[in-house]
Design a protein around this ligand. Structure first.
Ligand SMILES: [Zn+2]
Length: 821
């Protein structure tokens, strides 16, 4: 070729560029598909698939095609990208076709199906997945999605004829059983918050297209177990082993941890213990993560190879390195299956299998190409992995193992030859990976444990060599579980000591993704085996993300963020240098509340240190997350209408906890804050909790000040009195009183406030029917724009751009997002 600049023979033949470009293209095409807000129509997907296929065929058939290396690279990249995009698009279209018919929401549907998972029991009831087989509505056969997440709760049934009746308690449900039960269904709907967990994506990825709860009131038909099937034997086995663990180990805390390690039941671990694990950076040891499986495969491959070498006949039949590889992958897959076949474990098994097959086929690809293959295989099976921090964490972990040339079963042969200190090498690898992943963890999760290095140096060998073997062998000899319990007790004692150190964890504001990506690249450059001048580039790439500060309002202005916490109130107000949280959202169940689930992660991602927590009144949809917030933000003062003997008051000394009383006024960075209600005398008279809701008015500085009014659950009488007292009610934004209940938002009040925007914080399909249709009409009649959390997700408004409210749901629309009717 005339354009070839170098005619001298090269010492190595150049690597064929096709495979790498194709793998990269596939991943990029899939990544592009994930950016869609709405799915492409079928005809477009078909054309893209056809174009990609044709291009592939041309590249494969016409080898004589005179393409330069760059042209060939580009053509492969394009062809594979088209195919990747089309394959994922097609899959989504098929899946979307099985979605729950919105007309079925809120209806009682009689469903027959098989329990496909080990049920999770907690204080409030039972949760499990159901594979549906048949469904009827009022005797008519209907189509429902193939997989439904079901909750079965005990307790009181308030809907039974207006009277409280005891519900049927959840039955004894086992994996593989066929049941017929009446379910009330709902489309997958989760809260949407900035930097928050995307529940709808999580359900989409798991193939769950509806959630529902068992109708178990006294007037409902009784749920009926039909038979035990042989579907899902692994899930059943796991359930039986879990029952044995609980029967044998008396202390619940230890039993939970053993269950987590043996059958992957992470829900069995107490919230308090999780906090300790996170604070000391050893959470990866007790959750069946990708790293966990990789390490298991590594150990299994080593053991397999060692055993294989004992027999000459076996070695003749199959070389020991191949047997080690195969054994490692198979045993790791078996362990993953037994530990619940969670998505991170599935991904890791796929990566390991792809790499092992490549090695056994004798292909000698350079490691970046093998790494790219692992990525492409996972993305082919589970495209949405690309959006998960956990995937990137295990993907980089596998990369680090490649780069340091150990760890993976693929390299087990090399390690096997080195007979000295194999065990030591394995533990060292695990520690190296933990250390190497620390910066990435900080970027992806905004938090890294500083005492983690010390904690891991002890916990890795202790858990790997003592706790896990004892827990696993206990399946055969339950006596060993007692030993495991003792080992866990020691582990917890050490970790609790470490977690109590000040500055045990380092947190970081969540930076824009491109800064984070540059930071990851920088971190990789720093640890890679590269010439010094290239490594030096790592630091400048890493700096922006480390120095990143979330943008704050200028002096004199403020920003409001109404978190999407379901049915309840929680509004974060920030000025240039101060922050307050107005209410702390609901409690969801005995184990979970808006504080742990939404508010603490949000405050951490935004790097907010609260100066003040205002609790409008004591109702549980306003104080459900308060204990969590007060505990994690010890510097925040408390201002509320709750009683002096309330449990929450014990979390603050009396001098830092006050009662809100009309007339209180303070200024933060030029922003004026005023309490308008209740009056001091209101507390002396008998009153409902709603009637003493703290009403907070916030006003920006400047010639044209803008105002927000947060009113809790005040009702008509309090509204009337505020108007009668001529309180300064006029506001740009109003947090709609009592979530839009009929008892509030009186015409007189609305005419006094005259908001441009009204925010309703309510739950999707909440049982109170908030907001009431007639209340909505009152707002509409006055031309007030209404936003509610089911449609909007979290809402944001800034006093320096007061024209509109920003909705997370419309700002970040994805094709898997629930379109609320
Ligand atoms: Zn309320």
């Amino acid at each position: 070729m005339p354009d070839a600049p170098n005619s001298a023979p090269t010492p190595h033949a150049p690597q064929p560029i096709g495979p790498f470009a194709a793998l990269l293209g596939w991943v990029l095409g899939t990544a592009l598909q994930l950016q869609q807000a709405v799915l492409s129509p079928g005809w477009l997907v078909g054309i893209l698939a056809l174009a990609g296929g044709l291009l592939c065929a041309m590249l494969l058939r016409l080898r004589a095609l005179r393409l330069s290396r760059a042209q060939r690279l580009g053509a492969w990249l394009l062809a594979a990208a088209l195919m990747g995009f089309a394959a994922t698009g097609l899959r989504c279209l098929v899946y979307d076709g099985q979605a729950l018919d919105p007309a079925l929401e809120g209806r009682d549907v009689l469903i027959t199906g098989v329990v496909s998972d080990m049920p999770q029991r907690n204080e409030s009831g039972l949760r499990f997945s159901l594979e549906t087989e048949a469904a009827t509505l009022e005797g008519r056969a209907i189509a429902v999605p193939p997989r439904i997440d079901v909750g079965w709760y005990g307790g009181l049934d308030s809907m039974a004829g207006g009277q409280l009746a005891l519900q049927r308690q959840p039955g004894d449900v086992r994996a593989g059983e066929r049941w017929r039960m009446t379910l009330r269904l709902k489309a997958p709907h989760g809260s949407r918050n900035p930097f928050g967990f995307d529940y709808e994506l999580w359900l989409w990825e798991r193939g769950v297209q509806a959630t529902g709860y068992v109708r178990a009131g006294s007037s409902d038909p009784e749920p009926k177990r039909l038979e035990q099937t042989w579907k899902h034997p692994v899930a059943l086995l796991r359930q039986l082993v879990r029952e044995r663990i609980y029967a044998h180990v008396e202390q619940r805390q230890f039993a939970g941890l053993i269950a987590a390690l043996v059958v992957g039941d992470q829900n069995a671990i107490d919230q308090v213990d999780w906090d300790v694990f996170r604070a000391t950076g050893v959470a990866h040891l007790v959750s069946i993560s990708g790293l966990h499986i990789t390490m298991f495969a590594w150990g299994a491959a080593w053991a397999m190879g060692w055993l294989w070498r004992r027999s000459a006949r076996l070695c003749l039949a199959l070389p020991a390195p191949d047997a080690a590889l195969l054994g490692g992958v198979l045993l790791a897959t078996a362990y993953s299956l037994f530990s619940g076949w969670g998505i991170p474990a599935q991904r890791t098994c796929l990566m390991l299998a792809a790499v092992a097959l490549l090695r056994m086929a004798g292909t000698r690809w350079p490691w970046p190409q093998v790494w790219m293959l692992a990525c492409a295989v996972v993305v082919g099976v589970d495209p949405w992995a690309l959006l998960q921090a956990g995937f990137w964490l295990s993907f980089v972990a596998v990369g680090v193992l490649f780069a340091t040339d150990a760890g993976l079963p693929g390299h087990a042969e090399g390690v096997l030859r080195n007979t000295a200190s194999r065990l030591g090498a394995m533990l060292r690898e695990q520690w190296v990976v933990t250390v190497a992943l620390a910066p990435l963890t900080l970027l992806l999760f905004g938090q890294v444990s500083l005492v983690g290095l010390i904690a891991n140096a002890f916990a890795i060998p202790w858990v790997t060599l003592v706790v896990i073997p004892l827990s696993m062998l206990g399946v055969v000899l339950p006596l060993l579980w007692d030993g495991a319990g003792l080992a866990i007790a020691l582990l917890m004692a050490v970790l609790q000591g470490l977690a109590s150190w000040p500055w045990a964890t380092l947190t970081l504001a969540t930076a824009p993704w491109w800064m984070a990506a540059a930071g990851v690249l920088g971190g990789l450059l720093l640890v890679a085996r590269l010439p010094q001048h290239l490594r030096g580039l790592g630091l400048p790439l890493l700096l922006p993300v480390l120095l990143w500060q979330a943008p704050l309002p200028p002096v004199g202005q403020f920003e409001m963020l109404a978190a999407d916490i379901g049915q309840g109130n929680a509004v974060l107000v920030r000025t240039a240098h101060h922050a307050l949280l107005y209410d702390a959202g609901p409690r969801y169940s005995l184990e979970s509340d808006a504080g742990h689930r939404v508010l603490l992660p949000l405050l951490q991602a935004l790097h907010v240190r609260l100066d003040l927590l205002v609790l409008s009144h004591r109702d549980t949809d306003h104080v459900g997350g308060a204990a969590a917030v007060l505990t994690m933000q010890p510097q925040a003062d408390l201002l509320s209408s709750i009683d002096a003997d309330d449990r929450l008051q014990s979390l603050r000394p009396a001098q830092r906890s006050g009662r809100c009383i009309a007339g209180q006024h303070w200024e933060w960075d030029g922003v004026q804050l005023d309490i308008l209600h209740p009056q001091a005398a209101d507390f002396d008279a008998p009153h409902s909790s709603n009637a003493v809701s703290c009403v907070l008015r916030i006003q920006s500085a400047g010639a044209e000040p803008h105002t927000a009014l947060l009113v809790g659950d005040i009702e008509r009488p309090q509204e009337q009195r505020l108007v009668a007292l001529q309180a300064p009610l006029k506001a740009d934004v109003l947090l709609v009183p009592h979530h839009g209940s009929k008892t509030s938002s009186s015409e007189l009040f609305l005419d006094a406030v005259q908001p441009r925007e009204a925010w309703i914080q309510s739950g999707y399909r909440n049982r109170y029917g908030h907001p009431a249709a007639e209340v909505l009409q009152r707002y509409e009649k006055r031309g007030i724009v209404v936003h509610d959390s089911p449609h909007c997700g979290a809402m944001t408004w800034r006093s320096d751009s007061p024209a509109q409210t920003l909705c997370v749901r419309s700002e970040e629309m994805h094709y898997w997002s629930h379109r609320v009717p």
